[in-house]
Design a binder for this molecule. Sequence first.
Ligand SMILES: *[C@@H]1O[C@H](CO)[C@@H](O)[C@H](O)[C@H]1NC(C)=O
Ligand SMILES: *[C@@H]1O[C@H](CO)[C@@H](O)[C@H](O)[C@H]1NC(C)=O
Length: 385
Amino acid sequence: MKSSILFLGLQLVAAGVLSRQMDVTPASNVNYQSLAPDSDNGTFALPPNFRNEPPINTQSPLTPGAMVKTVKYGPWHMRPNTVLPNAPVLRAAVPCTDCYVVAYQADLVDENGVTQNVNNGGWLHHMVRCLVDFPSFHLPKDTKLNIFLQKVLFTTGIGQRDTSCPILPTKRIFASGNERAVTRLNANYKFGYKINPGDSFSSVVELMNMGKTAKTYYMTISYEYLPINSPSASGYREYAAMPWLDATGCGGSDVPARQGAYSVNAVPWISTVEGNLLFAEGHVHDGALDTTIYLNDKPVCISQHVYGRKPEYVSVDGMDGMGGGMEGMPTTSISDTSSCVNFGMVKRGDKLSAVCKYDTTQHPIEKNPNGSLMAIMCNTRVYIG
Ligand SMILES: *[C@@H]1O[C@H](CO)[C@@H](O)[C@H](O)[C@H]1NC(C)=O
Ligand SMILES: *[C@@H]1O[C@H](CO)[C@@H](O)[C@H](O)[C@H]1NC(C)=O
């Protein structure tokens, strides 16, 4: 019985993936373009080939007919000079249901809504957002039964599997680093992430307060989305897969810090789907220069990491904020990460891999509050549709 259900499930998934390939719809009505390198008030221009996603515009979203909702998660009360490592956020609010999320952007603010960043000690070190799919239990969110079932689903992962790490308890869908770049799924084609009634998110959030005073932090995520029944959503579908390529494979992403110039390789993934490479960006820690994604060992995307281009990403050691560098010298952290959109097609059996280039003589590794070197990372999310 169980295996026949599984078999049916596999067939449905296969049919879904096949039908997806036949009618990919260009998102020609999306007024999308990357920002010109010097048009966003940065203190210096970005490198020439740097694709800079425009910030989510809450007043006039880039996608015609789209809405933007900013959802606040937290609070987290943090003492000075502390890390909050991978705090779980269970049953986190979704911005909408029966909708396609087409872009999102994370931020970190205090209780007055003031942005917290490297210059005042607040780090949104990373957040990883997973889906808890809850299709068959359309219960009010706060009933005891619902909470219990969500916990069971969260810990057993029934119903949802991560693309590149099916052994994980949940399916990873979104993530962000402290550079807070926009992820956009509909730059060229009509793809989004579909949220169904009853779905909820779970997340892990890693924050740091490197400042000298206690702080209350909230993470915000601005979601640009299209209601499913709006005319603007016509032709939209959910992306096929989001493999997460990571130096630790299916591990916790932390790689021991190392000084010097070197490369860190992510564990490759053999594609189980066919489709367009819609969007990717690298996630690294300070010290990295770029993340290159390879398709069958050929480079297809270089995600560059630029440091200290905005004042929020510059700190002075010994003052509020943190320094990986010398006492009293300003230290810059990653302020901009470029993304690749529509950068090729992948077939079943193709190999996707990634390499992160580090040079800690150019950009020092971050330090933990106790002064030890922080673990580094090398991972990338590749959205395929
Ligand atoms: C740049 O700064 C100006 C003036 O403060 C502001 O109006 C504009 O929106 C900023 N541009 C961006 C892309 O943030
Ligand atoms: C310093 O902090 C890091 C991260 O919190 C921890 O892993 C490490 O064990 C600490 N080292 C010492 C010597 O306390």
